[in-house]
Ligand binder design. Structure first.
Ligand code: AMP
Length: 213
């Protein structure tokens, strides 16, 4: 099963991709996580990508495509995957089509996640991440038991720099200008399923599972 989770930043794609990938035993490929790992490891790609990420801009295609395509072609993705955050523009979508064509595969479904701008901004502003194991929390909706400390590993939580309010508006603008057109691309291919993300996490997950049948 090969899926794309498409939608604006902060809509909840990552949270849902994490639980659906566990349930369905397929790989969760988050292009944002892969890029952040490259930044932390100070690889060539990471060093070049950092400034774009910190400013809420798209990392150039040649950098992001290399890591995502590498992952898609890896043994761990043979059974399938959920792409979260990729593709983010039309040229990435075409690279993805070609990559899959070469291995005789295709995207099965594209879940398009929607929520009001108010919800999205609240979700981004409250998001906190564990410095050590990467688990996501939210100050209001899913806080840790002890303030700013990860329930799972006890490490400190942090706020992503690109989740600061001044960068959030740039990310939303980039989404509207470059990523939103993918909705029509995948709708035209008859693969798009819309998921309303204004509700509770379990209800959203249920809707995705129904969409998979
Ligand atoms: P995310 O974790 O998906 O919100 O991504 C965080 C940041 O990583 C984005 O704001 C971009 O700077 C960069 N990024 C992630 N995925 C892509 C992509 N497919 N193309 C270009 N930049 C990306």
């Amino acid at each position: 099963m090969r899926l794309i989770f498409l939608g604006p930043p902060g809509v909840g794609k990552g949270t849902q991709a994490a639980s659906i990938s566990l349930r369905k035993e397929i790989n969760h490929i988050s292009s944002g996580d892969l890029l952040r790992a490259a930044v932390d490891a100070e690889t060539d790609t990471g060093l070049k990508a950092k400034e774009y990420i910190d400013n809420g801009l798209l990392v150039p295609d040649e950098l992001v495509v290399k890591i995502v395509v590498g992952k898609i072609n890896s043994a761990e993705c043979k059974k399938g995957f959920i792409l979260d955050g990729f593709p983010r523009n039309l040229s990435q979508a075409k690279v993805l089509d070609n990559t899959l064509k070469k291995i005789g595969e295709k995207i099965d479904k594209v879940f398009y996640f929607t929520a009001s701008e108010e919800t999205i901004i609240k979700r981004i502003a409250g998001r906190r991440i564990c410095k050590s194991c990467g688990v996501d929390y939210h100050e209001m909706f899913s806080p840790p038991v002890n303030n700013n400390v990860c329930d799972k590993c006890g490490a400190e939580l942090y706020q992503r720099k690109d989740d600061y309010p001044e960068t959030t508006s740039m990310r939303l603008q980039v989404y509207r200008e470059q990523t939103e057109k993918l909705i029509y691309y995948y709708k035209g291919k008859g693969k798009l399923i819309e998921i309303n993300c204004n509700g509770e996490k379990t209800e959203i997950e249920q809707n995705i599972l129904e969409g998979l049948h």
